[in-house]
Design a protein around this ligand. Structure first.
Ligand SMILES: Nc1ncnc2c1ncn2[C@@H]1O[C@H](COP(=O)(O)OP(=O)(O)OP(=O)(O)O)[C@@H](O)[C@H]1O
Ligand SMILES: [Mg+2]
Length: 353
């Protein structure tokens, strides 16, 4: 079985492979706190990652290698993740009599009954959660299944970049891990985390730290970049660089970015409507915006005004120490884009088990 959960952990580089850019982050324990020791963001050509699938592992590998150089990260061990839409999870109950290889075999037998692909096309992993409450003869087992290609192409990209992929995590678990760093002094509550990427808007709703809802919409910063390219004849790669570096002209800002911010707010509102219509009675207390598009000026107040819920720009590093080689001004700008990479890297600090 491949390791979707992993066992060892030390200094893993979080590698977030997005459709427009690879984001790397490394964290380490620093006294009682945590330090961001390295990070980088490297753009990808549009053909490298499409619909969440790594189409060109070599191109992604090149970007990762570049990111390693820029960040100065020393570790060779990495963690990456797959979108939760690519993953099927299932709670199984299996007799405590099964252990080791026998348990693995039993998990495969049970998995075969609900995974809608041939088992040899599927990467499986499981975790023994513990004895079932009320029936200690059974173990509760959390099974995670994912198309092998989704995992293999990511692992290939990391491999070719000279990294060893220790764990392929799932985006929802990554969000659960990073949430306390977004919330730091807030009360436990129901919060939405909206990832505004280049091609996808993902809403995760977390209640008391656990993801209770997850949905993706095909909407993202590509729409803005493509429009700017069409109307001003600037190459998409250049547009994205200018947006990220806050170097876009005042005219484009006014004519295209600001109207796009309104469209973003409407899409977030639509995502929330889907959540509420899914039957959940948990009102959102707060919404965090992350991903590159969250860098649009004043997006927090524009979205907040539209949805009527307190809205903040996510900063996963606000409560962390920051290594002296990192430029704090640049980090402030990049932080919302690093949410997932930091969430992955944080797994290095979890106790083994
Ligand atoms: N300041 C900004 N204003 C507007 N858009 C921005 C800004 N900074 C970055 N973007 C846009 O954000 C997108 C990149 O964000 P991010 O790196 O989170 O996406 P991704 O992870 O590659 O995409 P996805 O998650 O959809 O696969 C690009 O479309 C880029 O143009
Ligand atoms: Mg992304």
């Amino acid at each position: 079985m491949v390791s979707l959960f992993g066992t060892k952990n030390a200094g893993w580089i979080g590698v977030d492979i997005g459709s427009s850019a690879v984001k790397l982050a490394v964290v380490s324990a620093a006294g009682k706190g945590v330090e961001l020791t390295a990070y980088s963001i490297v753009s990808l050509p549009a053909t490298a990652v499409v619909d969440g699938n790594v189409q060109e592992p070599d191109v992604v590998a090149e970007a990762i290698e570049k990111g390693l150089k820029i960040s100065g990260a020393k570790s060779k061990l990495a963690i990456t993740s797959v979108p939760s839409s690519a993953v099927i999870t299932k709670d199984l109950q299996i007799s405590v009599a099964f252990i080791g290889m026998e348990l693995e075999e039993q998990v495969r037998v049970e998995a075969d009954q609900f995974v809608p692909y041939a088992l040899d096309e599927v990467a499986l992993d499981f975790q023994v959660v513990g004895p079932l409450q009320g029936n200690t003869a059974l173990n509760e087992i959390l099974l995670v299944a994912c198309r092998r290609d989704d995992v293999a192409n990511r692992e290939d990209a990391l491999d070719s970049a000279g990294l060893k992929c220790e764990v392929v995590d799932v985006d929802t678990y990554v969000m659960e891990r990073v949430l306390p760093w977004l919330e730091r002094d807030a009360e436990p509550s129901t919060v939405g985390v909206v990832d505004l990427g280049a091609s996808t808007l993902t809403l995760n709703v977390l209640r008391e730290g656990k993801v209770i809802y997850n949905r993706e919409q095909a909407f993202g910063g590509n729409e803005l970049s493509n429009t700017i390219q069409q109307q001003y004849g600037i190459e998409v790669a250049e547009v994205e660089k200018q947006l990220r570096m806050r170097e876009i002209s005042d005219e484009i800002e006014e004519m295209l970015v600001q109207p796009f911010a309104t469209a973003v707010a409407q899409q977030v509102s639509r995502a929330l409507q889907f959540y509420y219509s899914s039957g959940s009675r948990n009102q959102l207390d707060r919404v965090y915006l992350c991903g590159g598009v969250a860098g649009i000026e004043d997006l927090d107040s524009i979205v907040g005004g539209e949805i009527g819920v307190e809205t903040l720009i996510a900063n996963p590093c606000a409560g962390m120490k920051v290594a002296s080689k990192i430029n704090p001004v640049k980090l402030e700008v990049d932080a919302p884009t690093l949410v997932k990479a930091v969430g992955m890297a944080l797994r290095s600090l979890e106790k083994q088990g």
